[in-house]
Write a protein of this length. Structure first.
Length: 139
C-alpha cells in the first residue's frame, strides 16, 4: 500500500509500529514523514520521538543529577528515562527545570515536553498543569 501511496495513514502507522517495536525509531519517523498531520499521526510521531533505549537506571541518573544539578543534559536524560517508565510528572518537573534556566538546552527540553503533552492528550490534567507552567517559564 505504501509503495502506491506513501502518505497512507493507516499503513504508515502500522509499519512505523513494527519498526518502533524493533527499536528502529529513525526508520519509523521516516515512514511517517510523508503522512499529513492528523491527531493520530501526530500522537504516534510523539510516541516515536519519546521512545528511548533502556539506559542507566533512573536511580543512577537521579543520583547523578543530585550531584550535578546544573547539568541540563543529564536532567533531560533522566527525564527521558522517567518517560520510558511512564513517570510523566516526574519527567516534566526535570524538563521544566531546564526550561526555567533558559540555557542552551531550553529548546530540547521544551520539545520533549510538547511530545509528552501530545502523548498524554490535551485533556490530561498533567498536560493542562504543565502546559501552564511551561508558558509561565517561557514568558
Amino acid at each position: 500500500v505504501l509503495e502506491a501511496d506513501a502518505a497512507h495513514e493507516e499503513a504508515a502507522i502500522a509499519l512505523a509500529s513494527i519498526m518502533l517495536e524493533a527499536g528502529d525509531t529513525e526508520s519509523a519517523l521516516a515512514v511517517l514523514e510523508p503522512v499529513p498531520s492528523s491527531a493520530g499521526v501526530d500522537r504516534f510521531r510523539a510516541v516515536v520521538r519519546l521512545a528511548t533505549e533502556p539506559g542507566a537506571p533512573t536511580t543512577d541518573l537521579e543520583a547523578a543529577v543530585e550531584s550535578a544539578p546544573d547539568n541540563e543534559a543529564l536532567r533531560i536524560e533522566l527525564a527521558r528515562a522517567l518517560i520510558a517508565g511512564q513517570d510523566y510528572a516526574g519527567a516534566l518537573d526535570h524538563l521544566l527545570e531546564v526550561v526555567s534556566r533558559k540555557g542552551e538546552l531550553l529548546d530540547d527540553a521544551r520539545t520533549v515536553m510538547l511530545d509528552v503533552f501530545e502523548v498524554l492528550g490535551a485533556d490530561s490534567p498533567i498536560t493542562q498543569d504543565y502546559r501552564r507552567r511551561l508558558a509561565n517559564a517561557l514568558f
